[in-house]
Design a protein around this ligand. Structure first.
Ligand code: SF4
Length: 335
């Protein structure tokens, strides 16, 4: 075995990746991460990895790692010529909008998102015509065209804070496209869905299917268990858990508490990362895979770095300028 490969295996082991690899698989993973990291350096590329990616991507090749908010923020000053986005298409579009001089790529043509696909620019124009004067607050999981039609973007990390600020100036707002998140936010803010907050019917195919009845079962089986759920889950599920938030909030909660066990109700990649970061803590599995996120692999990243042209993400300038305004509004209000 060549020295560089041995060193890569020990680097991945020091990051805890051996705990998530089947026996013998670490050598295969190390071969890929070694080649990707060499190519990345040669091409002056930076790799963004969302927390729903697999640990081999996050730990093995990720330079900027986090939730949608952190990655959008980090991409504003990404120190490279090329951004390879291991996340879904709307995230890469956001990176391109915020840093237009960079070339941005997604290593899979299947990295869509059910929420992003649930609403179009034409839908938002119709909503605005039906509710004149109401501000459009839009979850970041949307296309550039939808962002361009919006007044302010939010992520799960800052949606409640930004909505509170919006309600200081407006009695009613439009919130799109995640219906469940909209209902959860309305509840937290004491607002009535359909009246104070006009919602859209988008859902996340990962978070909409969790069974709230199982939370009780897990709590009985594991005394002291703390259940955390992502804000994209339906409100009956949220009512059954101890904490609701975005993935960044959930990770901080785990870090700063000492429960006997944690139930993480979200995409499986997040739980895998939490297990690696906190090996001394006990995690119970209740997760679902996002097929869009999981369409990216080390192999697809390597193929992209070898031949990036087909998967470049572009945004027409007229749309990018307007979309950037609504994203910048988020940074201003979330600060
Ligand atoms: S987990 Fe849900 S919201 Fe996130 S990318 Fe997948 S489908 Fe979209």
């Amino acid at each position: 075995m060549e020295t560089a490969l041995k060193e890569e295996i020990s680097r991945l082991t020091s990051l805890g990746l051996h705990r998530r690899c089947a026996e013998g698989d670490l050598e295969r993973v190390a071969g890929l991460t070694l080649e990707i990291n060499r190519l990345k350096k040669k091409k002056n590329a930076v790799i963004c990895a969302h927390v729903y990616q697999t640990p081999d991507i996050i730990l093995g090749i990720g330079d900027l790692v986090g939730d949608s908010y952190k990655l959008a923020d980090d991409c504003r000053n990404a120190p490279a010529d090329i951004i390879v986005f291991c996340g879904v298409h709307f995230m890469a579009e956001t990176a391109k909008i915020l840093n237009p001089s960079k070339k941005v790529y997604v290593p899979s043509i299947n990295a869509g998102c059910s929420l992003s696909e649930a609403v179009t620019g034409a839908d938002v124009r119709k909503l605005k015509a039906d509710h004149p004067g109401l501000p459009v607050i839009t979850y970041i999981n949307t296309s550039a065209e939808v962002k361009a039609e919006s007044d302010c973007i939010v992520t799960s990390a800052n949606a409640e804070k930004i909505l509170r600020k919006m309600y200081e100036k407006h009695d009613r707002v439009i919130f799109i496209p995640d219906r469940f998140m909209g209902v959860n936010l309305a509840k937290a803010l004491g607002k009535t869905p359909g009246e104070d907050i006009i919602l859209w019917n988008g859902t996340c195919i990962v978070h909409e299917h969790f069974d709230p009845g199982l939370i009780k079962v897990y709590k009985q089986k594991y005394p002291g268990l703390v259940a955390l759920a992502h804000a994209e889950c339906p409100s009956d599920l949220i009512a059954a858990v101890d904490f609701m938030g975005g993935t960044g909030d959930m990770m901080r909660y785990v870090e700063n508490t000492n429960a006997s066990a944690y139930l993480l109700v979200t995409e499986c990649g997040f739980g895998e990362l939490a297990r690696i970061r906190f090996p001394e803590k006990n995690f119970i599995a209740m997760c679902r895979l996002c097929p869009y996120m999981k369409s990216i692999t080390l192999g697809s990243v390597l193929a992209l770095l070898k031949d990036p042209a087909p998967q470049e993400v572009t945004v027409p300038e007229a749309i990018a300028v307007r979309a950037k305004r609504s994203i910048e509004k988020m940074f201003e209000l979330a600060a």
